[in-house]
Each structure stands twice: as structure tokens, then as C-alpha cells.
Design a protein around this ligand. Structure first.
Ligand SMILES: Cc1ncc(COP(=O)(O)O)c(C=O)c1O
Length: 386
């Protein structure tokens, strides 16, 4: 879809445009449901509480959570990952992760490592971005590894990880999945996939507004501690944080209008069918990969296989910097892409594109085959003319 006069190929950063129904849900919430949920007993507050409860239920159903109480709303996946990491880990714990992780996983883990709190094993992934399953299996220390943290799909190469297989080799560690690039475009079921903690962001494939996201907590990970404490509207007679979910982990007034938009985004996805969304994005990826193959001087990273990746394709044009290519796409062709390191320096070291990074073409629900063909034509021109 053309957003204004632009072809938007930056859905891995955030989806754009947002569906009208999502915008309407945000506006409706702002204009009619803006009382504070869970704080007062008057009718408007109760209505706002109901809206928040319904949204929590929508998210719980969508991800196959045990209970809607086990959905913790956050500002984004970064906050959800920080909650999982700082809320679970304590001194002496061992953590296993991969070299393809985003800084939203890597930085909190490196921080805890540098403070001497955890022992961290970062397992180098393969150059196509796939997880070294043997390496992970060998690194898990029985009784010592507390978290195995992996992304469901890389934001650099789109490579999809086999979460069920990782669950089978994690032992007693908690499997923490960063679903930033998959929630809304790949089916996810917490119990079926053996995920203990699922961190998601609302503003990418879930089609919601920025400032939304959450952590889905399985039964076995319910002991997670809060990283912030404060008003919850419950147990107000106590100066201690309530110990029940979701209040233990959710303090302060929620982003009610944003969450209403997120719930509407999920309803749109459910109505369309996530398998249909996946087929559409697979088709776009296939056309993109086929077209890129024909352009001389273009190097494509990742699995080069629509079955093994989400609709994220990283490339470079020989002799040009990623930012020059991105600039030309934007200024001469009105095509929006992201260039550089995509907040994942270690992933670029893994695939061999550090320090310059790549040009990332990321497609979404509203992109068309025509968008992809126009992007290929533009890249062909840029590769020929510089
Ligand atoms: C794999 C991955 N993890 C984490 C993030 C951070 O997302 P957010 O800015 O919504 O917290 C992103 C987004 O770019 C991502 O792709």
C-alpha cells in the first residue's frame, strides 16, 4: 500500500499506515472511555476497566495464555523484555542467548553481566541468521541456566527460529521469546510452542499504536518480580506492592486508548486469518527475493527462503553504503526503508555486514506485489547508476 505518496517498506520498524478501525478505536476510547480504569467505583471508571479487561482477554486468547491475568501491558517489547530479564534473574544465574538478538535483549543482559550478576553465554548463530541448535543445547547448564532468550524472527534477516525445538532443549530454564517481528504475522501459541515468557510489541504486525506491547507469562514463570512499583488501584491500604497478577507487574495508569487500538488490531488479524496474512507476506518475500537475484551487484543476507523467514530482507549494493541506497530510494523513488545496524550490532557481525549494516526492506500486511516490483525496479536503477 502506498502511504500518502510513499511506498512503505519499513514495517519491521513499525507498521504504517494503521488501519482506520484502529484509529477509530483509539479515538472512540479517548472520547468516551477516558476515565481511569480500576481506580474509582463510578460508572465511567467501571466502563474503562471493562474495556481494559476485554483487551487483556483478546490478547490472552490470541497468544493462548493460561489466563488474562497473565498478560502484562507494557509500553513496547523493550519494556516487556526488561521486565522478564530483571524480574527473573538473580545473582549467580546463567543465561543463554544468541548472537542475532536485538539490543533490547542484549543490553539488559550485558548490563547484568557487567555488574557480575549473571554469567552470559552468547551462542554465535549461523551466517543466515539461524540458531545454532547444537551450540545452544551444549550451553544450557542443568540447574544453573535460568533463561534461554531468543527472538522468534530476526529483525535483520527475518530468519525464523524453531521455538518448539528450543523449548525441547532448554531443560529447566525459562524460554523467553522476543516476538517483536512475529506477533501478528506468524501463529503463536504459548502452550503449544513451550514458551515461558513471550514479549511482544503492539505497533508492528499487530497493527496497534506505538506505546503498546506486553509480556505474556506462563504458569511456570509467574514468580517474576516487578521492576517498578506504585499505584495499581488495588490493595490501597498497603504500602507494599500487591502480589497478584497483573497488578504486581503493572503500576501506574495504563495506556488505555493505545491498548484499545491494539485490541482492535488483533481483531482485524483474527478476522483476516493469520495464515492468510502469512501467505500474503510469504508471496511478497518470494517476489522480492526473485527480483533481487536478477540485480547485479546486490548481495542478499538471510536464508533466501520465504518459508524460513518473515517478510524482512536485508541487502547491500556493492560499492555503495546502505545509507546512500536508502537516501536514493527515499529521495528519488519515495520508497521508505531502514538502513544501518537496526539496533542489532551483533547480528550484523554474525552475517558479515558490520559495521556498515544493511538496507532493510520489510513488508507488511498492506504492501502489494506492485510495491515490491516498484522497489525492485528502483534498486535495479540505483545499482546501475549509483
Ligand atoms: C527483534 C526486536 N526486538 C526488539 C525490538 C524493539 O521494539 P520496540 O521498540 O517496540 O520495543 C525490535 C524492534 O525494532 C525488534 O525487531
Amino acid at each position: 500500500m502506498v502511504a500518502g505518496n510513499y511506498i512503505y517498506m519499513d514495517n519491521a520498524a513499525t507498521s504504517c499506515p494503521k488501519p482506520k478501525e484502529v484509529i477509530d478505536a483509539v479515538c472512540h476510547h479517548l472520547s468516551t472511555l477516558s476515565a481511569n480504569p480500576g481506580r474509582s467505583a463510578h460508572s465511567l471508571s467501571l466502563e474503562a476497566s471493562r474495556a481494559l479487561f476485554n483487551a487483556r482477554q483478546t490478547v490472552a486468547d490470541f497468544f493462548g495464555a493460561v489466563n488474562s491475568r497473565n498478560i502484562i501491558f507494557t509500553l513496547n517489547v523493550t519494556e516487556a523484555l526488561n521486565l522478564a530479564i530483571y524480574g527473573i534473574l538473580s545473582r549467580g544465574d546463567h543465561v543463554v542467548t544468541t548472537s542475532m538478538e536485538h539490543n533490547s535483549v542484549m543490553r539488559p543482559l550485558r548490563h547484568l553481566e557487567s555488574e557480575g550478576v549473571i554469567d552470559l553465554s552468547v551462542i554465535p548463530s549461523h551466517t543466515d541468521g539461524s540458531v545454532d541448535m547444537d551450540g545452544v543445547a551444549k550451553s544450557v547448564r542443568p540447574g544453573k541456566t535460568r533463561i534461554l532468550a531468543v527472538n522468534h524472527a530476526s529483525n535483520v534477516t527475518g530468519t525464523i527460529a524453531d521455538i518448539k525445538a528450543l523449548s525441547d532443549i532448554k531443560g529447566k530454564a525459562l524460554l523467553l521469546v522476543d516476538a517483536a517481528q512475529t506477533a501478528g504475522c506468524l501463529p503463536i501459541n504459548l502452550q503449544g510452542m513451550g514458551v515461558d515468557l513471550l514479549a511482544f510489541t503492539g505497533h508492528k504486525a499487530l497493527l496497534g499504536p506505538q506505546g503498546t506491547g506486553g509480556l505474556v507469562i506462563s504458569k511456570g514463570a509467574e514468580q517474576i518480580m516487578p521492576i517498578k512499583r506504585g499505584g495499581t488501584g488495588s490493595n490501597s491500604e498497603f504500602e507494599q506492592q500487591p502480589d497478584f497478577l497483573p497488578d504486581r507487574l503493572e503500576s501506574g495508569t495504563a495506556n488505555g486508548c493505545g491498548i484499545a487500538g491494539l485490541a482492535r488490531g488483533i481483531e482485524i488479524i483474527k478476522a483476516l486469518g493469520i495464515e492468510n496474512i502469512r501467505s500474503h507476506e510469504k508471496k511478497l518475500t518470494e517476489i522480492m527475493l526473485e527480483g533481487l537475484k536478477k540485480i547485479r551487484r546486490v548481495r542478499v543476507y538471510g536464508p533466501l527462503d520465504p518459508d524460513r523467514q518473515v517478510a524482512v530482507v536485508s541487502i547491500n549494493i556493492e560499492g555503495m553504503s546502505p545509507s546512500d541506497v536508502g537516501y536514493a530510494l527515499d529521495r528519488s523513488f519515495n520508497i521508505c526503508v531502514r538502513t544501518g545496524l537496526h539496533c542489532a550490532p551483533s547480528a550484523h557481525r554474525t552475517i558479515g555486514s558490520f559495521p556498515q549494516g544493511t538496507v532493510r526492506l520489510s513488508m507488511g500486511l498492506y504492501n502489494t506485489e506492485d510495491d515490491v516490483e516498484k522497489t525492485i525496479d528502483a534498486l535495479t536503477w540505483i545499482a546501475e547508476h549509483g
